[in-house]
Design a protein around this ligand. Structure first.
Ligand code: C2E
Ligand code: MG
Ligand code: MG
Length: 469
């Protein structure tokens, strides 16, 4: 064999040197790359980011993505399944990155990040983020089951949101959290100014009118289950804009614009007509006795002719009034309490039920409960997390439920994402529950399927059943 001597005259074998090189490469792979997704890992990211920042003269964009159902998933699918799911999500993420010259990495078990050198136009970043969200909404297949998931994305820009790696990551993290808290399946910029700009820059306003005319606004339905027996006892109609280029847009992307264009009443009318018609179909095809909940915009609620319009739509579609529940956000009832009282009375004379949506986020909520003639309150999602972690919040929510019951009101809780949250609210006798734990909003066809099979969501931990995720 070939023999070489080092400086001290020791013999070094060629083969040995090769082995050392290989071992070194393997070590670097283990050190710098995540074995599950094959993406650069946290260590590598924290190592590279400062040089990227220097290299780009601090002009860098960081996108952070997290699956909305992450918490529920870790409680329900096995570790191996969870990893293969993350690998699939990362593959979609990476493919996207390759098309867009971005640097993907896995920051932690649950968080993927992209670094985009430079700061593209806000509209361009929005498009990238939107495309990523769309790719995460394609079904995932895990353990032979199909899961529909969604993600939240936070976006931070250097230098304005953070000058070093740590600050930038923290900003993206906080934007990601706020996107998730706003309902998930959306992106938020760290800077609120850019958030507003993203909307107008997307040029949605000019397209909105056309979209309404061409039937691009469609309804999805989120099941609401009974706290007593876990059967679907209702659905909430939630509007989506099926945009030809941008994919499905959520209401927060356009509902403000609808109001600004003065189209709220028209939209509410369209949604009421369509959802009442579909509710009659559920009744006729599946004999189902579920309640339809429809959100009412502040504008419609203040429009004098609104109760008559509702009466007209019920007559025209043939839906029984007591099958319809109108959700009015607490704040629109508080603008002019005297008038709200009259409108609510008139609506109840039509025979529909009225609910106060986002309850707890308004001013002096409890004191108004006694005066407003409503049938039901929907406790806002923001309380759901806190009941498990904050004893003061837990006490307030528990007392609210008791008070509502003593006034003869039903209590609905929205935004239930974990088994523990569900158990807390069942223990405190919430009447109806809604949230990703049971089901995300689904299409009309998917709802038909659910009603046909009369799905029941018993505590899924009993049998590891993933239905409804
Ligand atoms: P909302 O009436 O409070 O609706 C509940 C929102 O929470 C929905 O978001 C729903 O997808 C989301 N959500 C449900 N479960 C969970 C969960 O477990 N976790 C999390 N993080 N979020 C959950 P979406 O569809 O984006 O709607 C947002 C808001 O837009 C609605 O809030 C409502 O105020 C408004 N909106 C939606 N559809 C309509 C509509 O047809 N007409 C009017 N006027 N407003 C609508
Ligand atoms: Mg609602
Ligand atoms: Mg709400």
């Amino acid at each position: 064999t070939y023999v070489e001597r080092d400086a001290d005259g020791n013999v070094v074998l060629e083969e040995e040197r090769n082995r050392a090189t290989r071992a070194d490469a393997a070590l670097r792979r283990i050190r710098d790359f995540d074995p599950v997704t094959g993406l650069p890992n946290r260590r590598r990211l924290l190592n590279d980011l400062p040089s990227w920042l220097r290299h780009t003269n601090q002009q860098t964009t960081l996108l952070m993505l997290r699956l909305d159902q992450q918490e529920t998933l870790s409680g329900t699918v096995g570790l191996v399944a969870l990893e293969s799911l993350m690998a699939e999500a990362a593959a979609r993420f990476e493919q996207h990155a390759r098309e867009n010259w971005q640097r993907p990495a896995r920051l932690s078990d649950t968080r993927l990040v992209h670094i985009i050198p430079g700061i593209p136009e806000t509209a361009r970043i929005s498009t990238i983020a939107n495309d990523l969200l769309t790719s995460m909404r394609l079904p995932f297949y895990v353990e032979g089951k199909e899961l529909s998931l969604s993600a939240s994305i936070g976006i931070a820009l250097a230098p304005q949101d953070g000058r070093n790696a740590e600050a930038l990551i923290a900003a993206a993290e906080s934007a990601c959290r706020s996107a998730h808290e706003a309902g998930g399946n959306r992106f938020h910029f760290f800077s609120s100014e850019l958030n507003a700009m993203a909307l107008t820059k997307l040029g949605l306003q000019s397209e909105l009118r056309r979209a309404m005319l061409h039937g691009q606004l469609e309804l999805h339905y989120q099941p609401i289950v009974s706290g007593a027996n876990h059967h679907i006892c209702g659905v909430e109609a939630l509007v989506r804009w099926n945009h030809p280029e941008r994919g499905i847009l959520l209401p927060e992307m356009f509902i403000e614009e609808v109001a600004q264009l003065g189209l709220s009443e028209e939209l509410d009318r369209m949604i009421l007509q369509q959802s009442c018609r579909e509710a009659c179909e559920w009744r006729d095809r599946h004999g189902s006795e579920i309640t339809l909940s429809v959100n009412v915009s502040t504008r419609s609620f203040q429009f004098d002719g609104f109760p008559e319009m509702v009466r007209g739509i019920l007559r025209e579609t043939g839906l029984e009034p007591n099958r319809l529940e109108l959700e009015i956000v607490e704040s629109s009832a508080l603008i002019d309490p005297g008038r709200a009282l009259t409108t609510l009375d008139r609506l109840r004379a039509v025979g529909v039920r009225c609910a106060l949506d986002d309850f707890g986020t308004g001013y002096s909520s409890l004191s108004h409960l006694r005066e407003l003639p409503v049938d039901c309150i929907k406790i806002d999602r923001s309380f759901v997390d806190n009941v498990l972690t904050n004893p003061r919040d837990a006490a307030i929510v528990a007392a609210t439920i008791t008070l509502a019951h003593s006034l003869g009101l039903e209590v609905v809780v929205e935004g239930i994402e974990t088994e523990r949250q569900m158990q807390w609210f069942i223990r405190h006798e919430a009447d109806r529950l809604q949230g990703f734990l049971f089901s995300a909003p689904v299409s009309r066809d998917e709802l038909h399927r659910m009603l046909a099979s009369r799905e029941q969501w018993l505590a899924r931990s009993n049998d590891g059943d993933m239905q409804g995720l």
